[in-house]
Write a protein that binds this ligand. Structure first.
Ligand SMILES: [Zn+2]
Length: 321
């Protein structure tokens, strides 16, 4: 059984402590996608983070492996190592150049969003005014398909995500998104989006973030309940897990330099308030309980194994180059 964590967030700082990543390894997780930048992060920060994380992985070849394909994940699993890939949340670090997509791939990025909560010149964010995919956005989708990266629509505007899924020639994922039918939040996805994702052959990975899951201290059972909803709607072969745990670390400030307004990217009107209600998540070790929590919703062991990793493995095998 493969365990695939579709999204995790260390501090966006080259000196971030990799201890949480080692906890994923200890919990038996086989692959984790680590965020290396969002639309709010300037290019120098994104590049320094990629360099720092690559150096940490290279320094511990006994523990980690930077995955360039599914064969690497299988190789890592056979030697009790954790395979790692990077993800970008937004198109702004692409500098409006479709050719940048393949460059990030060569640096270890394996999945990419085109917008983060707010609109940019490429795509719409899910907490902004709806426009749809821009002409440049269509070229970016083609570049993502061509470069063999996973096209990710979490954080993307609803109509724009439907445009991306219609334009993509490859399966599209939501790496950390929960059903709106269970919890009303602008970051959660509609049944229409979930159906469109399944129609591409893709996977909706449900998160463990308290405000999206709708419980104050989310557990494996809460995550399984959200996974079971998606499975009931479109079939168990289109469900995955991306807990989206954000690891804050003492003494590390990863806010973008300069005039940074968190209220723009995480609007209070959408239920975000960094000062008052920090999100909570299940612990990393909840990964050990997910298979049985999924079976408690009525899935067979084989179906639970698809959700915890088999489905993302299938999609990556098809998409990654
Ligand atoms: Zn995110």
């Amino acid at each position: 059984m493969m365990l695939w964590e579709a999204h995790a967030c260390l501090p966006l700082h080259p000196q971030a402590d990799f201890a949480p990543i080692d906890r994923y390894r200890a919990a038996g997780v086989n692959y984790v996608s680590i965020n290396v930048g969002m639309d709010m992060n300037p290019l120098p920060q994104v590049l320094a983070v990629i360099a720092g994380f690559r150096a940490k992985i290279a320094a511990h070849p006994d523990r980690y492996l930077l995955a360039s394909g599914v064969a690497d994940i299988e190789r890592a699993a056979a030697s009790a190592r954790l395979a790692i890939g990077f993800d970008l949340e937004g198109a702004m670090p692409l500098l409006e150049q479709p050719a940048m997509v393949a460059l990030y791939r060569d640096l270890g990025v394996r999945q990419i969003h085109l917008a983060y909560n707010r609109n940019n010149s490429v795509a719409d964010g899910c907490l902004d005014v709806e426009r749809g995919l821009t002409p440049l956005g269509r070229r970016m989708v083609a570049a993502v398909n061509e470069a063999g990266l996973l096209m990710d629509c979490s954080h993307t505007g609803r109509r724009c995500s439907l445009d991306i899924m219609a334009a993509s020639t490859q399966p599209v994922i939501f790496s950390h998104s929960n059903p709106l039918a269970l919890v009303e939040h602008g970051r959660n996805v509609t049944d229409e989006q979930i159906r469109a994702c399944a129609a591409t052959g893709g996977v909706v990975c449900v998160s463990g973030v308290s405000i999206f899951v709708g419980t104050r201290e989310p557990t494996a059972a809460d995550v399984a309940r959200h996974a079971a909803y998606v499975a009931g709607l479109v079939g168990v072969e289109h469900v995955g897990i991306g807990l989206d745990i954000s690891f804050r670390q003492e003494g590390i400030d990863d806010d973008p330099p300069g005039a940074f307004d968190p209220g723009y990217w995480w609007p209070k009107a959408a239920g975000y308030d960094r000062a008052l209600s920090r999100s909570t998540y299940p612990p990393i070790e909840a990964w050990r309980e997910l298979a049985s929590a999924l079976q408690d919703t009525g899935m067979t062991p084989d179906e639970a194994a698809l959700v915890t990793g088999g489905n993302m493995l299938r999609v990556a095998r098809q998409v990654w180059r």
